[in-house]
Design a protein around this ligand. Structure first.
Ligand code: PEP
Length: 249
């Protein structure tokens, strides 16, 4: 059975004190689902979050990393640095990284390789723009993003890859893909994996939905057979809301 996962992407929110307050709130929540729970605080707060949550069911993960091992890359953070503070999972390819920091499928392929080389788990994000959806080109765009960043990998690498379909038009906009749109795209992604790697890989990989997922819509989205959880932005900044989503399975 595929893993069900709910991951909170805190983005550039919460200083040290705010992080501690939210961690404390998270620890007061009750989990009734079997979902794996992850949170991604800012780099500056990763170690504190790891130390606070290391005996809990919540995994602390990173929002990004560089592909190089070390060196003259001012402002960047490597896989080894993340691992040294207890982080074993990294989000790669978030649409905000693609849009504001010029990340491309090609540079993401290098980050994917670097993370796998260090035996890290990856949440790999991708998704179409509104114009692609309106022109009916959304499946081509998504297929291209997956192919260019991931299809050089061996099948065995997919044991460490989680996919996150995040239609750009639904991120932080309050606009959610309908459950049918989410299911159709997730089924297409799984078929794309099967065409390349066969059904064992396709059935193993968890595919998360991201884009204005909240307590009021999570159950309906997660009830689709190919939706294995969510990558949650805004609603992950409130512990009650986040756990309402975690418990929506
Ligand atoms: C995200 O940034 O990954 C995301 C899904 O954000 P939001 O839930 O706020 O739309």
């Amino acid at each position: 059975m595929r893993k069900q996962i709910v991951a909170g992407n805190w983005k550039m929110n919460n200083d040290l004190a705010q992080t501690q307050a939210l961690l404390t709130d998270l620890q007061k929540q009750t989990q009734t689902s079997n979902a794996e729970v992850m949170i991604a605080p800012a780099f500056t707060n990763l170690y504190q979050a790891f130390e606070t949550l290391k005996h809990s069911n919540i995994e602390v993960i990173a929002q990004n990393m560089h592909f190089a091992e070390s060196g003259a890359y001012t402002g960047e953070v490597s896989a080894n640095m993340l691992k040294s503070v207890g982080i074993n999972t990294v989000i790669l390819g978030h649409s905000e990284r693609r849009e504001y920091f010029n990340e491309t499928d090609e540079s993401l392929a290098k980050k994917v390789d670097a993370a796998l080389e260090k035996e890290m788990q990856i949440i790999f994000c991708f998704g179409e723009q509104l114009a692609d959806r309106k022109s009916g080109n959304h499946e081509n765009i998504v297929e291209g993003q997956i192919r260019k960043a991931l299809f050089h990998l061996e099948a065995s690498s997919f044991q460490n890859i989680i996919l996150a379909y995040e239609p750009v038009w639904a991120i932080g906009t309050g606009e959610t893909a309908t459950p049918e749109q989410a299911q159709d795209m997730h089924a297409f992604i799984r078929q794309t994996l099967e065409d390349k790697y066969g059904s064992d890989v396709a059935n193993l990989v968890s595919i998360l939905y991201g884009g204005s997922c909240k307590p009021s819509n999570a159950k309906e989205i997660f009830s689709n057979p190919d939706v294995d959880g969510g990558l949650i932005g805004g609603a992950s900044l409130n512990a009650e809301d986040f756990y309402a989503i975690v418990n929506a399975f």
